[in-house]
Design a binder for this molecule. Structure first.
Ligand code: HEC
Length: 148
């Protein structure tokens, strides 16, 4: 849109300017965004606590490798990203912490749900970092689930 506009109204614009405008248009959403899944928003230690909780409270349905089965959806890979890409981490946290496990919804602490979410992020190969993932849906709400 913007580039077309420039063409129509400033026919003397040169190639370098077009590259610059294109680069800025592509970069702008990234610069203006807050935290992203690429920033290392959970710790390794948190994810390993989450792995233990997952094994005892979630794996019976979603399977040890997170791939799910015919009754419970996968929490890993393309099929998981297909459902969750473009939604927020807050929404995923709320889904887990209010509806899971289906036989005892909301029965874990908020910290345990956050640790399990950290484990799910680690299993989906998002990088870890030096601060723990917040155990609070409001703080996770602005973080989009995105594979890039
Ligand atoms: C008794 C079986 C069972 C257990 C235990 C269980 N789940 Fe689930 N889970 C399901 C089923 C069935 C669904 C699909 C229906 C739904 O979305 O409510 C689901 C859906 C989900 C979803 C949404 C996935 C999607 O792509 O829509 C997430 C996230 C999730 N579970 C996480 C967890 C976590 C974390 C735990 C452990 C705290 C857990 N579940 C324990 C059965 C289970």
């Amino acid at each position: 849109m913007e580039i077309q506009y420039m063409f129509l109204h400033f026919p003397t614009i040169n190639k370098a300017q077009i590259y610059l405008i294109t680069a800025l248009t592509l970069l702008y959403p990234k610069l203006s965004m807050g935290q992203s899944l690429q920033d290392g928003i959970y710790t390794e230690e948190q994810a390993s606590r989450g792995a233990e909780e997952y094994a005892s409270r979630c794996a019976s349905c979603h399977s040890a490798d997170l791939r799910g089965n015919s009754n419970s959806p996968s929490l890993i890979g393309l099929s998981f990203m297909f459902i969750w890409e473009g939604r927020s981490l807050g929404e995923l946290f709320t889904k887990m912490s209010t509806e899971m496990p289906t036989d005892q919804p909301g029965s874990l602490s908020q910290q345990s749900y956050a640790a399990i979410l950290a484990f799910i992020l680690q299993s989906n190969e998002f990088p870890s970092g030096s601060t723990e993932l917040a155990s609070n849906a409001d703080r996770l709400e602005p973080i989009p689930i995105s594979s890039q």
